[in-house]
Design a protein around this ligand. Structure first.
Ligand SMILES: Cc1cc2nc3c(=O)[nH]c(=O)nc-3n(C[C@H](O)[C@H](O)[C@H](O)COP(=O)(O)OP(=O)(O)OC[C@H]3O[C@@H](n4cnc5c(N)ncnc54)[C@H](O)[C@@H]3O)c2cc1C
Length: 387
């Protein structure tokens, strides 16, 4: 992109090398076994990737949303599921503690999260509250110097493997009376429930967080009581922009693999790239990818220029970027499989894994349908869009 700085390009190169040397050798086996690349985290920590958006004075790299999106794209071109776990850790947990925590809380949790000694996650979704996140039922009741949490979070990335979770719970009777609690592994009454078997993103463990009379000290509450909705929604913008970076990485690799294959594979005495139907798939894929790349990095830039503050306009840009990039990556993955024919359908090439991974991004961090409603609301105004 025309506005990438030298720092952005250096980061891109660093992450590209990391992905090739650390992630590439392991991902096929991890995907097959549905296991987690735990050792990658301290290595990301050593490169400054885990606190990528955290201010330098808090131990982070002090970089912007454009940088975080670049890191996602480069990693996801090789291994989208470890990238998803990296996103849950760095954007949904670390970034939120850094933005909303007080000094003591940052000093308590950030060092081990930023080094990779601890893995983090975020608990918002519940069995009966997915798209309607504000319908969450998990409740925190104040009892002296602690809160008692009861409820279940579900679909939580890193749930089965993490140590620190940035969780939302209801503390009042009104819909928006929601507070944030950092729940740590080993706290009384906290356990991880079911681990889900998945179609894709199989090296990114997804599971439940169960709070059964879970005792959480008041010191673990982030922000004032009943006041977390704005910060929760604001984080969705950077989550959607950076997860769109994962879609870009997946699509880019699928295009590279299928282009090479179209040059090398011969049928009817010529490379399959000579057939116009193959050319059409490749050219449409590359045009859609480039359009999504421009949209996503422009949205990241808009986010950075507003100082990371949520505005309706930035939220709509984030929604557009994810809506298009996610659909693009799924389609590009399917097209890559088609171009590779029988080989595309097997695990001899990475494109079938990447297509399975791509589909998740049409669901997580806001489904396509929810993103369309956000964009329509910004265009039409609430009165018309919600009439
Ligand atoms: C692999 C994975 C990782 C995840 N990681 C996390 C995580 O780390 N933390 C976390 O909190 N959550 C996480 N999630 C949860 C994710 O954000 C939710 O799955 C998502 O928000 C959708 O919620 P739902 O699955 O309950 O679907 P539902 O909300 O039940 O939706 C079902 C269908 O109805 C549609 N629908 C719902 N409401 C509307 C509407 N108003 N208009 C039109 N259509 C509608 C949806 O688009 C969808 O097609 C993860 C999910 C997955 C699969």
């Amino acid at each position: 992109m025309w506005f990438f700085s030298d720092e952005h390009r250096m980061l891109q190169e660093t992450v590209r090398q990391f992905a090739q040397s650390v992630l590439a050798p392991r991902i096929e086996q991890l995907d097959d076994e549905e296991s987690f690349h735990r050792e990658a985290f301290p290595k990301m920590g050593a490169l400054g990737l885990l606190g990528i958006t955290v201010a330098e004075e808090d131990g982070g790299a002090g970089l912007d949303a454009v940088s975080a999106t670049l890191a996602m794209e480069e990693m996801a071109a090789v291994d989208a599921s470890t990238t998803l776990s990296y996103l849950a850790h760095s954007i949904l947990c670390v970034n939120q503690i850094a933005r909303n925590g007080i000094a003591e809380q940052k000093a308590r949790w950030l060092p081990k999260l930023i080094s990779g000694e601890h893995v983090g996650g975020m608990g918002m979704s519940e069995p009966e509250a997915g798209s309607d996140a504000l319908g969450m039922k998990t409740r925190a009741t104040r009892q002296g110097e602690s809160y008692e949490l009861n409820g279940t979070k579900t679909w939580i990335t890193n749930g089965p493997v993490g140590e620190v979770f940035y969780c939302y719970a209801r503390t009042g009777s009104a819909k928006r009376e929601i507070s944030t609690f950092v729940v740590e592994k080993g706290m009384p009454g906290f356990s991880t429930g079911k681990k889900f078997k998945k179609m894709g993103m199989r090296a990114s463990p997804t599971g439940e967080l169960v709070f059964d009379h879970c005792q959480v000290p008041v010191a673990n509450r982030v922000g004032d009581e009943n006041s977390s909705v704005q910060a929760m929604m604001r984080n969705l913008d950077i989550e959607r922009i950076t997860i769109a970076g994962i879609s870009l990485g997946i699509a880019r690799n699928c295009i590279e693999v299928s282009t090479r294959y179209a040059q090398e594979r011969k049928q009817f005495g010529k490379p399959i790239g000579a057939f116009q139907q193959i050319q059409e798939r490749l050219s449409e894929a590359s045009a859609w990818y480039e359009a999504c790349r421009a949209l996503t990095y422009n949205s990241a830039k808009a986010f950075d220029l507003t100082g990371g503050l949520s505005s309706r306009e930035v939220s709509a840009w984030a929604a557009r970027a994810k809506l298009q990039s996610a659909q693009m990556a799924t389609q590009v993955g399917l097209d890559a499989i088609q171009i590779l024919g029988g080989y595309g359908y097997t695990r001899e090439f990475p494109v079938e894994r990447q297509m399975r991974d791509a589909k998740l991004i049409e669901i997580g961090a806001g489904t396509n349908e929810i993103l369309r409603t956000i964009i329509a609301r910004q265009m039409l105004g609430n009165d018309v869009a919600q009439a």
